[in-house]
Each structure stands twice: as structure tokens, then as C-alpha cells.
Design a binder for this molecule. Structure first.
Ligand SMILES: [Zn+2]
Length: 110
């Protein structure tokens, strides 16, 4: 039932909880099984990498985005520019749409 998730890869979302509250970024990936997503520049995890000359890995600290529960992010509507809840609509032909709860604009389906 992946379509029930209100966020999709490529959406712009606002983080509403966790450490990076208020941050806005693009969704890099969504994991429908664990109900988590990764958001550009949000919830970054610092990873200490050991140098491995054989693999051309220099070592040091690498920052990468960590998983955020999808309930902690809100889609930013491209039409009204606000963080919004997503309304799911089912059309007469059975296809499903996501729409902005505030202004009713259809969000891209990706
Ligand atoms: Zn809107």
C-alpha cells in the first residue's frame, strides 16, 4: 500500500520533529516498509570512516542523511508553499491523487 504514504521521493518536505525541526529539503528516498525517509541535509549522521588505501578511501568524517519517520515530515505544497497535510483522492477511474489539504492543488505523483 505504498501509495498511502503521503510523501514521495523528490517531494520537498519540512521536518516537523526530531533534531532538524523546521528544516526543508528534498526527499532522497522513501522506505515504505520501515515508514522512514531520508531528507536532503536533515538528520545527518556523521560517520567515521577508516582509511583504506586499497579502496581509495581516504577516511575521516562523512556526513550522510539518516532515516526520519515519515510522520515527522510534512510535504511542502508547491502551489501555496506551505507545509501541509496530504489529502488522498480517488478518481472515478480508480486512480489515486495526492492533493494539498490547504489549497487543493494536486501534488505530483512521481
Ligand atoms: Zn497548497
Amino acid at each position: 500500500m505504498a501509495w498511502r504514504l503521503s510523501i514521495r521521493k523528490g517531494d520537498t518536505v519540512k521536518v516537523i520533529a526530531v533534531r532538524d525541526k523546521g528544516k526543508q529539503g528534498r526527499v532522497l528516498s522513501v522506505d515504505p516498509d520501515s515508514l522512514t525517509c531520508t531528507v536532503e541535509h536533515a538528520q545527518t549522521i556523521k560517520r567515521h570512516t577508516r582509511p583504506n588505501p586499497a579502496k581509495q578511501i581516504k577516511g575521516g568524517i562523512v556526513e550522510r542523511e539518516g532515516p526520519i519517520n515519515v510522520s515527522n515530515v510534512m510535504v511542502v505544497c508547491p502551489a501555496c508553499g506551505k507545509a501541509t497535510r496530504v489529502r488522498h483522492q480517488t478518481l472515478a477511474d480508480g486512480s489515486k491523487l495526492r492533493a494539498c489539504h490547504r489549497c487543493g492543488a494536486t501534488l505530483s505523483q512521481h
